[in-house]
Every structure is written in C-alpha cells, then in structure tokens.
Design a protein. Structure first.
Lengths: 113, 110
C-alpha cells in the first residue's frame, strides 16, 4: 500500500511565524505535490517536484517555498505565516508512468492566528 | 480556460437510496479522469480512474461513467450507506497538468 504521511494533523501558529509542513512517501515516487484546499475552491496546487532538488511553481506559490532534499520527503515552508494561509494542506505523490494517479496524505489543518 | 465543474455542490439523501453526481469538463485533450472520495478531515482516496477510451468503471457500489464527446462524467452510488457521507472530487488530467473540481459534498442520513 502506498503511504503518504504528513507531520501534523492540526497546527496552530501566529502571524509572522515560520511554519514547516513535512510530507513523506514510502513508494519511491518521483513526483510530489503540495496543495491547499479551501471550501468551494477545491484543491489548488502550490508547488510540485518531479525529482530530488527540483521544484516547480504551481498555481498559487506566493508566500510559500518548498524543499526536496531526499526523494521521499517534500517540505512546504511558510516563511512568514499570514491569516489568509489558514487552510487544509494536502501532500500527494505519484509515479510518472502509468495512470499518474496521485496518492494523498491525510492533510494538515493549519490555523494562523 | 481548462475547467472542471461539479454539480450539485451538496446533496443530502436517505440511507439506502441511490444518487448521481455530475462532472463537466473543458480540459482537452485529456489523459484520464478520476473520482476521489474525501472523508471529512482526511486526504482524498481514489475511487475510479478512466482513460478517454473507457466509458464506465465500477468499484463496488460506485460506478463512474464517461462521455468523452460531451465531456461529461457521472458517479453513481447505489444503495447508499452512512459511510458514503463525504466529498467526491472529479479530477481530470492531461499532459503535465491535473485539474481538480471543487467537489460535491454528500450527506447520507439514517
């Protein structure tokens, strides 16, 4: 079974704090993704990575950065958290071959006060 | 603009009843279309996946259909159970791009 884990299920931070969200997958997938999910908007892609140390901006990268030092780990960083970054954050991984199905982690509910 | 539109936005049905969720898309060309189920507070889990040449795919009580000519897909749930209460997300992929619908929130009540 593919397993994608995220470091926290719930997180509460203050405005201006630096926030790290960690994601680990155990299936040797090449691709990893970070999304945020807000009511009525569906999933929106923040950043993705197709290989170690490689990263690409998604649709809403502003205010975020990412790091992929190892194949199994993809980190999302909020340099200075703001209240409009309160959201559910979902990590996913996929293999390039085949159906390209993305497997999702359980999500991190981040609240910025 | 590539879009995936889902309807209804939310739905309440009685346990045991059937229901059908709709997905219309403008993504073209596309590689595959997937339906995900997302329980509250959880990540999405894949239910079905169809390529453009397939027009139906079943997974237990879930049956997805695809009409590539009209760019429509539906997810039919048979004999609903309380555990079917969740959001159902339609996802269309084409080369290098995956587009998510906003989802349909289904509530099954006893």
């Amino acid at each position: 079974d593919v397993k994608v884990t995220q470091s926290s299920r719930y997180l509460v931070k203050r405005t201006g704090e630096k926030v790290f969200l960690e994601c680990v997958q155990d299936m040797d997938h090449e691709n990893m993704f970070w999304y945020r999910q807000d009511p009525g908007l569906g999933l929106r892609l923040i950043y993705f990575s197709y290989d170690v140390k490689m990263k690409e901006k998604g649709d809403i990268p502003e205010g975020y950065s990412v790091s992929r030092e190892k194949k199994e780990r993809f980190s999302l960083i909020l340099e200075s958290a703001s209240t409009n970054q309160t959201s559910m954050y979902l990590c996913a991984s996929s293999q390039t071959s085949g159906h390209n199905e993305q497997f999702f982690g359980p999500g991190t509910r981040l609240t910025v006060l | 603009k590539n879009q995936v539109e889902q309807s209804p936005q939310s739905l309440i049905i009685l346990e045991g009843k059937n229901c059908t969720l709709q997905c219309n898309y403008t993504v073209s060309p596309f590689s595959n279309l997937r339906w995900y189920k997302q329980d509250t507070g959880r990540g999405p889990v894949s239910l079905t996946i169809m390529t453009f040449s397939e027009n139906t795919k079943s997974n237990g009580r879930y049956t997805a259909t695809l009409d590539a000519d009209t760019k429509q897909s539906s997810l039919h749930i048979t004999a609903s159970q309380l555990s079917d209460s969740a959001s159902y997300i339609c996802v269309v992929s084409r080369e290098f791009k995956t587009i998510f619908g906003a989802g349909t929130r289904l509530f099954v009540k006893a």
